[in-house]
Design a protein around this ligand. Structure first.
Ligand code: MLT
Length: 261
């Protein structure tokens, strides 16, 4: 079922009485990034996915986003749906939103799953890359940006062996608006560093990373896991940055083991 909350496109699957899990997708994708997880977990969980403002079917609004406003959007969804202590699961930019949400309001969530993400803010080199992304979109459009950005997110073996799945994700990303994509780039460039909060996280946390993730490699996530008290860390062989798409069966197994406890 698709509903609107605070203008955002929110998707509900499974029974409301079941334990809730909120999934936040990565950039520049949309809620469909989690299709394989929703298909599996809607059997015994209440699965909530949504399109981050500016991406997918959510409105671009004024294009002026911050990580704080993304967390405000998440909070409005949790409050409006009246779900009590859902699990929170975010990939990459979805992980940045999740980590800041946990720092701001950990008591609203029961557990945390972080996929292919990091707690560090952008350094100067990262910020300059975001600016180059904005410039590329201004000069040549979103499609060009997506064509340069997205291939790096997948393991080359996945691109070669699962062409149609890869192209589906690629083409969906190209449909995003320039305002939305640029707004996300600037929100990521301006986000805070959540590393100092990691040692204070007290809810159970699962961290998952593709072995071939070039953006947030396994050593980065391992060092995050070492700082979080009740954490489990898994490296997924043969996957890049998009583990839930690239290795859905093994990712679902890891989620399921974690959520069962
Ligand atoms: C993502 O996968 O959400 C983004 O690539 C994260 C980023 O660019 O920092």
């Amino acid at each position: 079922m698709n509903i609107k909350i605070n203008g955002l496109s929110v998707y509900l699957a499974g029974k409301k009485e079941n334990r809730a899990i909120v999934f936040i997708h990565g950039f520049p994708f949309d809620h469909q990034m989690w299709d394989a997880q929703v298909e599996e977990f809607k059997k015994d969980q209440y699965c909530i996915t949504y399109d981050i403002r500016g991406l997918g079917n959510s409105p671009e609004s004024d294009g002026q986003y911050t990580m704080e406003s993304f967390v405000d959007d998440l909070e409005s969804i949790v409050d409006e749906l009246n779900i009590i202590k859902p699990a929170l699961c975010g990939l990459s930019m979805g992980g940045y939103i999740s980590l800041r949400a946990i720092e701001r309001m950990e008591n609203k969530f029961s557990s945390l799953i972080l996929c292919d993400t990091k707690s560090m803010a952008d350094d100067d080199e990262g910020k300059i890359k975001r600016a180059a992304g904005v410039k590329l979109i201004n000069n040549d459009g979103v499609e060009k940006f997506v064509e340069q950005f997205v291939p790096n997110l997948f393991a080359s073996s996945f691109i070669n062996e699962h062409k149609s799945e890869y192209e589906k994700a690629l083409n969906r990303s190209k449909n995003n608006s320039a305002t939305g994509v640029k707004g996300c780039l600037l929100a990521m460039a301006g986000r805070t560093d959540t590393t100092s909060y990691l040692s204070r996280i007290s809810i159970p946390t699962l961290l998952i990373c593709g072995k071939e993730d070039k953006l947030t490699p396994p050593d980065v996530m391992k060092s995050m896991a070492e700082k979080i008290k009740h954490s489990k860390f898994a490296v997924i062989e043969g996957a890049g940055h998009m583990t839930p798409i690239e290795a859905s069966a093994i990712v679902n197994e890891k989620f399921s083991e974690f959520l069962r406890k």
